[in-house]
Design a protein around this ligand. Structure first.
Ligand code: 26Q
Length: 821
């Protein structure tokens, strides 16, 4: 059959054609007409119409790559936090104006349409959002790339705040049809679990192994298009949904066993049911390991099939395929590829290991020892018996090499081993990742250095050439252009619109920082964004805030190491100063928080309650309430972030030094013209280096000082004794000032702070307060503040994910951009 490619745009780019397409979609796929249509009908018809505009580019991208057979990078990630698709796809397909014209004068305004667009929350926080930014940049750079992940039926929970407490609600993002995906039920891939490995002699008399899984599950692929900005390329994200095998469906007819057949089906399909809501603390549940193996097995099968379909021989896999592992979550891919190469493609161990080690590259996103994933050997043996045998063999050969290099160094062997001994034996996934990859990268300079010096030190001694840094970045399309259209307009009016694909051009704003007229425009943008956010705050919390006050913002996952508590102590201190002296001339501030806590993280949830409780007291105080407000915005997610970053004056990045691998919110704020108050942690250090120390409020212990203090024996009480205001704040929390006189409620918080204070909140308190006083003074000089804000944005072009992806492409992947002709 001759395949006809469309030579003209089938979708039509005139307002009339666009309108007609909406009407046709409405009529034929919704069975509705304009008179009968609901908001959702029109939203679906509009989204399908917009998607159609991307399909032609997508087909051209796929067909061209099939013909050229280039080297591909595959990004494996258990999480993707994509954010809303409609505004992005309107922008990237350049149909925003057409759509606006089509809806103009109807009862279906664009804002209503966008409100219908549900964001797929298939991730927890930084790591998942980074993956989404990377996909955006890869497409924009025309790099042949495919993202692989899991199509969770329930993404990150929806957070409600009731009586100051977090309440989790299921995220039913698929309750209505999701218009942006293409399901491919005709392209399922089988995945095995359990059973045993059998050894047999092949035709040549060689001993070989074959895995006989006890259980089989099917992976059903779903595509989401990933368009590049300002280019023809449209890549895609392939997400796997778990489906029971047809066999189960047949068994359902066996009435005698009907109930257990349905149960078995449910068991299979549970794999992609829900995202684990932990961030930076792994949960060692069997289902989680099943999720990981499920999506990795489907993805590798898919990658190899695509490779072979292009006519390549399996021995050449590493020439055409490079796989980036987003943290340890997909690391089971290493033994899985070994299994495929050895058991299914008959390669010798040595050849298979050589290929595997040239295919995988590993990104580490953590510094927390407890966040390093480990799985009990017993669980592995039961779920993936063949993989456990392969891991043991990898370990045996690896440790033999180490012994040859460091004879009789048994401590080193046990430190390096892929298996942790002593107590329950566990597979160390980060060790497996390093041993099986040719590249190991951290996500900011400091983080990469700490990996070499501490977390993975023994491995660095073995293979220094494997270690490298790739500082994170964020996409300027979503986090400036879409989130902050006012600022984007001002920037484009000033320096043209080339910055959207070349963020270093923001440098050209620098000379305008000295121009009072430009500063006034910049301020007008910020004020308008603050007015918009005030409306959001009012709608979500009922709290009235003053857009003329400083917006001091801390939005991120709730974690003790991120130290939301430090900000809470600062707020209480300010409050006390105002109550003590109502004439005090403090800079008016609005403290804005947004944070989800892992549902099982007791302390994190109690900190949310504390922040709300402090807000309750402060906001209702006749004196203090005039000069400060504390708001906690429920359900912080990508969409909410898009209305918060543009409105912030001050960005809080106050983790204990040595704990935040990079942070990416810090970049989003700086690019939107907020100043940062922060510790010398993660990418804060690089932001400060670039914007200049005079445009950054830094405080607190450095990593070296943190280590020294801990080594010498940290005594939190010393810091309480030295700071009467701190002592007072703690006493207030402990005595029930923020809990209607109940001294028990926040006792656990007081206890962790006074007993152990693992994250040195009290040690950094005084420096933080002092730095906040400096912020107060600086904010009063409006012109200088604005100048500093402009310089922050102008000097942060480096933090574009385009730059990050270029570095990965050149320095790790050796993949080239391949524009669609
Ligand atoms: C693992 C096993 C079982 C269940 C959950 C997990 C799990 C899930 C998510 C472990 C960790 C995460 C997420 C980690 C994360 O978001 N890390 C952040 O990554 C960002 C991007 O590199 C950095 O900017 C942040 O500093 C880092 O905290």
């Amino acid at each position: 059959m001759e395949i006809q490619h469309p030579t003209t745009d089938r979708t039509g780019r005139t307002p009339e054609a666009f309108r007609q397409n909406i009407v046709n979609n409405l009529y034929y796929s919704r069975g509705a007409n304009v008179q009968s249509a609901s908001n959702y009908d029109i939203y679906m018809a509009l989204s399908r119409t917009v998607r159609n505009h991307l399909v032609e580019r997508f087909r051209r991208t796929v067909d061209m790559r099939y013909a050229v057979n280039p080297r591909f990078v595959y990004y494996l990630s258990a999480e993707y936090l994509l954010g809303r698709q409609l505004p992005q796809n309107l922008l990237y397909s350049d149909t925003g104006e057409l759509a606006g014209a089509a809806l103009d004068g109807s009862q279906f305004p664009m804002t209503t349409m966008i409100e219908q667009d549900v964001e797929p929350g298939l991730g927890n926080g930084g790591l998942g959002r980074l993956a989404a930014c990377f996909l955006d940049s890869l497409a924009t750079l025309d790099i042949p790339a495919i993202g692989y992940g899991i199509r969770y039926e329930y993404g990150i929970f929806r957070q409600e705040i009731r009586d100051g407490y977090q309440v989790e609600q299921p995220d039913e993002w698929l309750a209505l049809d999701f218009p942006w995906e293409f399901a491919q039920p005709d392209d399922m891939i089988p995945v095995g679990f359990g059973g045993h490995a059998e050894h047999y002699h092949d035709a040549h008399g060689h001993v070989r192994a074959r895995w006989h899984p006890a259980e089989q599950v099917m992976g059903e692929p779903h595509h989401i298009l990933v368009p590049g900005y300002g280019t023809t390329t449209v890549n895609f994200l392939r997400l796997w949904r778990a489906r029971a095998t047809a066999e189960f469906d047949f068994r359902l007819f066996d009435i005698g066993d009907y109930a257990s057949a349905v149960q078995a089906k449910v068991h299979s399909e549970n794999i992609s049911k829900v995202l684990y809501p932990n961030d930076n603390t792994p949960q060692g549940r069997e289902l989680r390991l099943r999720q990981q193996y499920f999506f990795v097995a489907c993805s590798l099968r898919d990658i190899i099939d695509r490779f072979l379909r292009c006519g390549n021989p399996i021995e050449d896999l590493a020439e055409k395929v490079v796989i980036q592992l987003n943290d340890t979550h997909p690391v089971v891919g290493i033994p899985e590829l070994m299994r495929l190469l050895i058991d299914e493609y008959d390669l010798e161990w040595h050849a298979a290991w050589e290929i595997t080690g040239r295919v995988f590259a590993y990104t580490c996103h953590t510094l927390m020892p407890e966040a390093l994933e480990k799985w009990p050997v017993s669980l592995f043996e039961r779920l993936l018996p063949r993989h456990m045998v392969i891991i043991n063999e990898i370990n045996r050969r690896f440790l033999a090499d180490v012994s040859a290099r460091y004879p009789n160094d048994y401590d080193r062997l046990s430190r390096l081993s892929l298996i942790e001994d002593g107590g329950e034996r566990q597979v160390r996934m980060a060790h497996l990742a390093v041993v099986g990859s040719f590249s190991v990268n951290g996500v900011a300079e400091l983080h990469s250095q700490l990996l070499k010096d501490r977390v993975l030190r023994d491995f660095y001694e073995l293979w220094p050439e494997r270690f490298n840094n790739k500082t994170n970045g964020v996409t300027p399309r979503r986090f400036i252009r879409l989130a902050n259209p006012r600022l984007s307009g001002l920037i484009s009016d000033t320096i043209g619109d080339g910055w959207l694909r070349d963020l270093d051009r923001l440098e050209q704003l620098e000379s305008h920082a000295a121009d009072a007229a430009f500063r006034a425009q910049w301020r007008a943008v910020k004020t308008a964004n603050k007015v918009d956010l005030a409306a959001v705050i009012l709608a979500r919390t009922g709290c009235v805030v003053d857009p003329n006050s400083m917006y001091d913002v801390m939005v991120k996952r709730l974690h003790e190491y991120k130290r939301q508590l430090l900000q809470a102590l600062h707020i209480i201190t300010r409050y006390n100063r105002l109550v003590a002296d109502p004439t005090l001339d403090l800079t008016p501030r609005t403290f804005i928080f947004g944070a989800k806590a892992a549902p099982g993280y007791y302390m994190a949830k109690l900190i949310i309650k504390l922040i709300n409780a402090v807000g309750e007291v402060v906001n209702n105080d006749p004196v203090a309430g005039k000069l400060m407000k504390v708001v906690f915005l429920p359900n912080f997610n990508v969409t909410l972030g898009e209305s918060i970053y543009p409105a912030a004056d001050l960005s809080e990045q106050i983790s204990m030094a040595g704990k935040e691998a990079s942070g990416t919110g810090n970049m989003k704020f700086a690019l939107n013209g907020a100043l940062t108050i922060g510790t010398l942690d993660g990418a804060n250090i690089e932001i400060r280096e670039r914007v200049g120390a005079e445009n950054f409020f830094h405080f607190g212990l450095t990593v070296e000082e943190v280590f020294a203090l801990k080594a010498q024996g940290y005594r939190p009480m010393d810091y309480v004794a030295a700071a009467p205001e701190l002592e007072k704040a703690l006493k207030q929390i402990a005595s029930g000032v923020f809990s209607d006189g109940d001294p028990t409620l926040f006792e656990p918080i007081i206890r962790t702070l006074l007993d152990r204070d693992e994250f040195l909140v009290l040690a950094d308190y005084a420096a933080y307060i002092e730095s906040q006083e400096e912020v107060d003074r600086a904010y009063r000089d409006e012109e200088t503040w604005t100048q500093r804000a402009i310089l922050n944005a102008a000097r942060c072009g480096f933090f574009s994910s385009d730059r990050a992806m270029r570095q990965y492409a050149e320095e790790i992947w050796r993949v080239k951009s391949l524009p669609v002709k």
